[in-house]
Design a protein. Sequence first.
Length: 260
Amino acid sequence: MPHATAADGTRIAYQVRGEGQPLVLLAGQSNNHHWWDPIRADFEAAYRTITLDWRGTGDSDKPDEVYSTPGFADDVVAVLDHLGLDRAHVYGTSMGGRVAQWVAINAPSRVRALVLGCTSPGAAHGYERSKEIRRALADPARTGAVLLDLMYTPAWLAANPGPYPVLGDKSMPSYAKARHLVASNKHDAWEGLPSIIAPTLILHGTDDIFSPVANAQLLADRIPHARAELIDTARHAYFHEFRSVAGPLVLDFLAAQDRA
């Protein structure tokens, strides 16, 4: 497994598949690159896909120290540097979308086009999940079932018994899970969003209550020249369950930027 080295010496594992212009795919909180396994092939015919294991997950180092979404963004740039890539398309979902915001804010010349999925600008200015959901997720006996219900529709779950790649990296140390949770909860990119210069597409499921759908238009209004597309009846894992809708939306958007 190849690794890039971050500025603080942490080794970040990454994976490259496909050919073409580079497309970085960023996973959700406490997940590694396997988050993208069910749909990665949808992008590989047109793009050189690049994933990574967040610090604390997968084959990356797992330092027990403060993590942050801007810090994760620096790790993404370290991977681009290691690969010798000046620019790439960046598609981040959930916490990965929060990190993608910082990549576009802090390293604007590195982002050719930006896709933000099922994400938010942060708790200070965004719409957060309810206290009831937070309490349910905090109950170890219920966490898995609650997450599945937040991610997928009941009909899809009944027809697709799993495994489900979006429920977290089970190999993560407990301290790393806690560090990821704090990093995501403390995310606040509000002041930086108007400085984003990359063309931006925002995707969200209309029935997402894990990261409430109102965040989509909030981001679209805050980021210059951004547009939001809502996927009807989709929940948090819209990109997986509704891949036949979401995938073409992303591919068409990126192709338009490639032609520009």
